[in-house]
Design a protein around this ligand. Structure first.
Ligand code: G4P
Length: 532
């Protein structure tokens, strides 16, 4: 029991979120490097993969390491066991990213110092804020020309509605980047431009801000300016409040340069100290399951098909929520209503997969899926039959009517579409009063539509016809007793239901949403499909 608690307490499970190009991959490499997971940074993934087209997707599909959709990497550092949930950089796969965030206990948000908050940062942040998980910010690329740090703080606060607390403060930027001042220890860490790209240690000089040696190192004017800035921060800035950090209301901010490896290890140390061990998860009944319980429980947050095309296998990624997992153990699959042995459990480390013997709450493992799991499914000890609250559906932005070219292939078509939807790669809707002969597919990114076409052809032998539809927004109807036949909608709004029978409206523009809200009293709409 003591051992179980110790093992769980040293786990930290988080996701890194960012707009493409802000430096997520570079940061991940550096973090793995500190854990000794890879000898030389630069090998996490081919950078080119983020600009892939469908043909590349297929190619990547063949190797399917950790490149395309989110996976997880585990490493040890300073007594901690760290699980990084990787998220795909390509925004067409962002629904996958959204769901991955459901398995994280905190998030690290990487912001480009020259660009500030960008589109994808905003969307991913929104998903994190739905769960009130702690969000840490890294303002990256300080070795390049950057925006004024006060302006960047303001940008994060105004754009995202979260308060900020700079843990350190940059001294200059770009060619004149001198280093950072660490607020907690009141010390300066001087940047060495020699570049330490591939190494895990950074040479730096550390000491008190008043130490005259720093005046010489960073120059008189920077020294003066720094002292003024520190004073301003102390007087006018937010106070550090751990409770607010844990609720996701206050984001600790670190200025750093992932490429040159500057400020990354201090960030990691501070982050590990400030974040909590795995957080408890609630059941559909609202009861919280004790993370440290002896009993194993987990939920499926991601399904990845065809990791090995020769075998057409599917891997279900599960997040362990309580207790300990042992290889070959028998668990109860709540949604399937049967007992199963978890076969071929795997853990992921950079490009390698290895079979896991045991894993603890907070860890993520991949289990072989013979086509029985769906996103959000619960696994428990056979004696405990409960289900965790589900994973919400996120709003797609592209819609199309999809049907098989050849009506004889109807059965395979429905099977294929349903499986791909179960994996969470697409959302499927039916029109009100019309059955499965008219299927509308919703995706977050258009590349997913191409992937659907490719997969139906290759895996199910069905050629499909895709007619794109002009809808852009989806809203789930929250009102329980809504009279669907008498709901007042504009002619360019469509009423559909999803595979779980939830009522949905598809809109072409935001104006349509306000129109419907204005013409239907007591109608409540949401942009996140509620969980059950
Ligand atoms: P992403 O995963 O968020 O999409 O970003 P990634 O780490 O791939 O970084 C995007 C680009 O920004 C890369 O350059 C990377 O080297 C660079 N970069 C990341 N962190 C820093 C930093 O702290 N300082 C500077 N100056 N650059 C940084 P690239 O030219 O696109 O790729 P590569 O040719 O360097 O591999």
């Amino acid at each position: 029991m003591e051992d179980l608690r110790k093992e769980i307490e040293r786990r930290r499970t988080f996701a890194i979120i960012s707009h493409p190009d802000a430096g997520k991959t570079t940061l991940t490499e550096k973090l793995l490097l500190y854990g000794g997971a890879i000898r030389l940074a630069g090998s996490v993934k081919s950078r080119k993969s983020k600009n892939y087209a469908v043909s590349d997707w297929m190619e990547i599909e063949k190797q399917r390491g950790i490149s395309v959709t989110s996976s997880v990497m585990q490493f040890n550092y300073d007594g901690y066991v760290i699980n990084i949930l990787d998220t795909p950089g390509h925004q067409d796969f962002s629904e996958d990213t959204y769901r991955t965030l459901m398995a994280a206990d905190s998030a690290v948000m990487v912001v480009d110092a020259a660009k500030g908050v960008e589109d994808q940062t905003r969307k991913l942040f929104h998903v994190c804020s739905l769960r009130n998980i702690p969000i840490f910010t890294i303002v990256n690329k300080m070795d390049r020309e950057a925006r004024d740090p006060f302006e960047l703080m303001e940008d994060i606060e105004n754009e995202l509605g979260i308060k900020t607390y700079p843990m350190n403060w940059p001294i200059g930027s770009g060619k004149d980047f001198k280093g950072v001042y660490e607020r907690e220890s009141s010390s300066i860490q001087v940047f060495s431009s020699a570049g330490t790209h591939g190494s895990s240690t950074v040479a730096s000089v550390k000491g008190s801000v008043d130490d005259p040696v720093f005046k010489d190192l960073i120059g008189d004017s920077y020294h003066e300016e720094l002292k003024e800035n520190i004073e301003l921060l102390d007087i006018a800035g937010n106070e550090f409040d751990m409770g607010e950090v844990l609720k996701g209301n206050l984001s600790p901010v670190f200025f750093a340069s992932a490429l040159t490896n500057f400020g990354i290890e201090p960030f990691l140390k501070s982050f590990l100290e400030l974040t909590s061990p795995p957080l408890p998860r609630a059941t559909s009944e609202g009861e919280e399951i004790d993370v440290f319980s002896d009993d194993f429980s987990a939920f499926v947050f991601k399904i990845q098909a065809n990791m090995n095309p020769q075998h057409r296998d599917r891997i279900a990624f599960i997040r362990i929520c309580s207790g300990k997992f042992k290889k070959g153990m028998e668990v109860y699959h709540y949604q399937g209503k049967n007992k199963i042995k978890l076969s071929q459990p795997q853990q992921f480390l950079a490009q390698d997969r290895e079979v896991v013997e045991e894993a603890y709450a907070g860890d993520i493992i991949g289990v072989f899926d013979p086509g029985i799991y769906a996103i959000g499914d619960t696994l428990t000890e056979p004696k405990n039959k409960f289900k965790f609250e589900g994973i919400p559906a996120f709003a797609p932005e592209h819609f199309a009517r999809v049907r098989p070219m050849d009506t004889i292939k109807r059965k395979q078509f429905v099977k294929g579409i349903t499986q791909v939807a179960q994996e969470g790669a697409i959302q499927v809707y039916k029109e009100h009063h019309i059955g499965m002969e008219e299927i509308i597919v919703g995706v977050v990114g258009t590349l997913q539509m191409d992937v659907l076409e490719f997969r139906l052809k290759n895996e199910y032998g069905v050629d499909i016809k895709i007619d794109h539809l002009p809808y852009r927004f989806v809203r789930w109807i929250e009102t329980a007793d809504v009279d669907l036949d008498n709901i007042d909608i504009t002619s360019d709004t469509k009423l559909v239901t999803d595979l779980r029978g939830r009522n949905i409206l598809l809109f072409q523009n935001e104006w349509g949403i306000s129109w419907v809200l204005n013409h239907n009293d007591n109608l409540t709409l949401t942009d996140v499909g509620k969980v059950d």
